[in-house]
Design a protein around this ligand. Structure first.
Ligand SMILES: [Zn+2]
Ligand SMILES: [Zn+2]
Length: 391
């Protein structure tokens, strides 16, 4: 086995930085990543990889083989940007009004391209590496689109790995969590129907606004009384809409919000409880309520064995003292979860913070920290060389 360290990737650092800044300057929203996907596919093709374009609309898969083994692993990066107007004024700022790489997916793409370059040039492994470049991570279902497009039937993998930058973690560090790591997420709407009437004659109608208010309060009993205290869930009613006149009791009302949980079971329990509470609370007041519950993200759950493997690689790269092994659960969601439901693997965090700047992702002043590029690429490269070490 070779002993690849970030230094080994140093010659690629300038290349990765220029790819990263080029992608940053040309951000594209989910399923519109045509320029980014072409850039990725062209570079992989130039390296001699077998390239498949258009997987899950704008996704790209590059396949690299070395030796004789058919053992295969997958590495995944996301390519999409966010509908945010960039506040930065540096040279590589967004050229596209209202669109910005505010989550560092430009960096994720550049790191995985760096690993592909290293592995394609050195080929110190025996097997198959699939480089998976995913579209539309930011809430539009890009991972699911690739899975539904036959990703793992066409490119079977024994394990998959991905990473996200974390500005609150210093460059040079990793965080690896076994088991549940990030929450599953759902959005919901509740349509309430009553009987509209004059504001001074409530006895002739059914007040949909009052029913919506009662439902909003009653929903808060679910996390408190139905979800087990050792489990974790959030139910937030973030919208209540009803009425537009002072003297009209509204006929309809609508509530909306979000639910987060760390297992499919808890998410299903919350959904069933919401349906019961909404329908029966409305019925108690003579109204009706209909729940529309849309589970958008699965919980991100790392396979314990693959998490240990990822942590081993991180430890070899930076030392055990720089690998956070029990980071807190993250309430945000990540759609790599849909790939992890199909193939065991691990999602890790890579430090992206510097001492003076802790700008969080999704902020208009965010920028990926280029200092992290060699380490991220080294993680993938070292993992492939160790996992698929020639006999
Ligand atoms: Zn994001
Ligand atoms: Zn992200």
């Amino acid at each position: 086995m070779t002993t690849i360290l970030p230094d080994t990737l140093a010659p690629l650092h300038a290349d990765m930085r220029s790819w990263r800044r080029d992608i940053h300057a040309h951000p594209e929203l989910g399923f519109q990543e045509s320029r980014t996907a072409a850039l990725v596919a062209d570079k992989l093709q130039a390296l001699g990889l077998q390239v498949t374009r258009g997987v899950g609309k704008t996704g790209v898969v590059g396949t690299l083989r070395a030796g004789k083994s058919n053992r295969a692993i997958g590495f995944r990066a996301d390519m999409d940007a966010l509908p945010i107007a960039e506040a930065n004024t540096f040279e590589h700022r967004s050229r596209h009004a209202g669109v910005m790489h505010a989550c560092g997916h430009d960096g994720h793409t550049a790191m995985l391209l760096g690993a592909a370059h290293h592995l394609a040039r050195t080929k110190h492994f025996d097997g198959v590496v699939h480089f998976i470049f995913q579209p539309a991570e930011e809430g539009l279902g890009g991972a699911k689109a690739m899975v539904d497009d036959g990703l793992f039937e066409r490119f079977p993998c024994e394990a998959i790995f991905g990473m996200h930058n974390r500005p609150s973690l210093a460059v040079g560090r990793f965080a690896v969590k076994s088991g549940p790591m990030m929450a599953g997420g759902a959005f919901f709407d509740i349509a309430v129907a009553g009987k509209g009437t004059h504001g001074a004659r409530p006895e002739t109608g059914v007040d949909a606004a009052l029913a919506a208010a009662q439902i909003a309060v009653a929903l808060q009993t679910i996390v408190a009384r139905n979800v087990a205290p050792v489990d974790t869930a959030v139910l937030s009613v973030t919208q209540i809409h009803a009425g537009d006149a002072y003297n009209v009791i509204p006929q309809t009302a609508r509530l909306g919000g979000t639910v987060r949980a760390f297992s499919r079971e808890v998410m299903a329990l919350v959904e069933a409880s919401m349906r019961r509470v909404a329908e029966h609370t409305a019925a108690a007041l003579g109204a009706t309520a209909t729940l529309d519950f849309r589970a958008l993200f699965a919980p991100t759950v790392n396979d314990p064995k693959e998490a240990e493997y990822a942590a081993l690689i991180c430890t070899e790269l930076v030392g055990a003292d720089k690998v956070v092994r029990n980071p807190p659960l993250i309430m945000a969601s990540e759609d790599f979860s849909f790939m992890l439901e199909r193939v065991p693997g691990c999602y890790i965090n890579i430090g992206n913070g510097s001492s003076e700047s802790g700008c969080e992702v999704h902020n208009p002043a965010y920028d990926f920290n280029d200092d992290a590029l060699p380490l991220g690429a080294a993680f993938f490269a070292r993992l492939a060389e160790r996992r698929l070490a020639p006999a």
